[in-house]
Ligand binder design. Structure first.
Ligand code: ZN
Length: 388
């Protein structure tokens, strides 16, 4: 048995100071304050030296790591994330691709999941291809130069379901697209535990709500690549952001970068007020891109800046790891470290059905990280084994 001593345990809604946590057979076996919890003889001792010890982070939306994309080299991509405290990750292909490419990528990720280096990959977040092409993050301008996105019709989706339904945990959808319900029903039949997200979309709240009975429960990078319906120039319409904000059963993904560019700090606080820490999921959305230098923003090193066709500067994904996103979220919203673990571990695990992790509870996987108050990762325990 392993005993982690001198830990500030980060529980779901409180801290246990000066605590000990026991790990046995890869699982959390017990915990308590050191002054009242005897340590059995023969325990292997790991001293946390007063660090916060919380559940490993769960990044459900991430395209790359260690300088490579998950679709090309999933094992290598995991390394940077594990090093920075992410112990479960959903590999995310890009929003566009041919069917052959998607099938190859699913196969490559499946193989990686079975390899030791890829063991933190808990499945796939299929962001594309059923998005609205007008909101493709890979496009250079709205609706321009976007390769064909798939139609939600059986000839397009059946090969993908056949290849990956069991490991695809989340499907992105643009609910406004014709036949989306046909696809959602088929995906649900192929894997009853699958979740759907509203993704790169300009759906009305009603179109989003129509898919909730099938399991739509995530707003992909909330407030990013979402439409705004304007019926009259002086009247703000309601669209994806409002539908996600309004429905408490929908988790809102947030990209929290250091400068608050993806989501303005005021918007992060507003979303936090509306959704609460129980319904926010931090994601890295890490993506590889040749970033351009933007005058005045040289200090912003955790984003990819790109040019759109019309010359405007745009952003594409991030260079974040989830521990940094947690740090930024605390800075921008005033959230506590307990809240940061909730939005960085508990909520994402729960949202995608990883029910054996995401908090410190007896019987759950011993995926644990030791961090300081700024979420710098000192140590990582993966499945009960100290790996950092
Ligand atoms: Zn995206």
């Amino acid at each position: 048995m392993l005993a982690i001593i001198n830990a500030e345990l980060v529980m779901r809604d409180h801290l246990i100071p000066e605590a000990v946590l026991f790990v046995e057979d890869g699982k959390i076996a017990g915990f308590g304050q050191m002054r009242t919890t005897p340590i059995p003889e023969g325990c292997e001792i790991v001293d946390a030296h007063g660090a916060y010890v919380g559940p490993g982070l769960v990044d459900i939306h991430c395209h790359s790591g260690t300088g490579v994309r998950f679709i090309h080299d999933p094992e290598t991509a995991t390394k940077e994330h594990l090093e920075n405290g992410t112990t479960s990750i959903l590999a995310t292909p890009s929003t566009r691709g041919t069917q052959t490419e998607y099938l190859e990528q699913i196969d490559r990720i499946r193989k990686a999941m079975a390899a030791p280096e890829g063991s933190i990959i808990a499945g796939i977040y299929m962001e594309g291809p059923f998005i609205n092409p007008g909101y493709g993050s890979m496009s250079n301008a709205k609706g321009v130069d976007v390769p064909r996105v798939f139609d939600p019709v059986p000839e397009d989706f059946e090969p993908l379901l056949k290849a990956g339904a069991d490991i695809i945990r989340v499907w992105g959808t643009a609910p406004e697209r014709e036949n989306m319900e046909v696809f959602v029903k088929a995906a649900k039949a192929a894997n009853p535990n699958v979740r759907f997200a509203v993704t790169h979309s300009e759906a009305t709240p009603q179109q989003i709500e129509a898919l909730m009975p099938y399991g739509l429960c995530i707003g992909t990078h909330h407030t990013n690549a979402t439409g705004t319906i304007v019926n009259y120039p002086e009247c703000r319409g309601v669209c994806v952001d409002e539908g996600v904000n309004y429905n408490q059963d929908i988790y809102a993904e947030l990209i929290s970068d250091s400068a608050g560019i993806h989501v303005n700090p005021y918007m992060q606080r507003l979303v936090r007020r509306i959704k609460g820490d129980d319904r926010i999921i931090l994601i890295s959305d890490q993506t590889i891109h040749d970033s351009i230098e933007v005058p005045g923003l040289a200090h912003v090193t955790d984003l990819n800046f790109t040019y759109r066709k019309d010359g405007r500067i745009d952003i594409s994904g991030s260079k974040l790891t989830l521990n940094a996103a947690c740090r930024n979220y605390m800075k921008h919203t005033g959230a506590s470290i307990v809240d940061a673990f909730k939005v960085g571990s508990y909520n994402p695990a729960k949202a995608v059905g990883l029910n054996d992790r995401g908090e410190i509870r007896v019987g759950l996987r011993a995926d644990l990280i030791f961090v300081d108050i700024k979420m710098n990762v000192k140590s990582v325990v993966l499945g009960g084994k100290v790996v950092k």
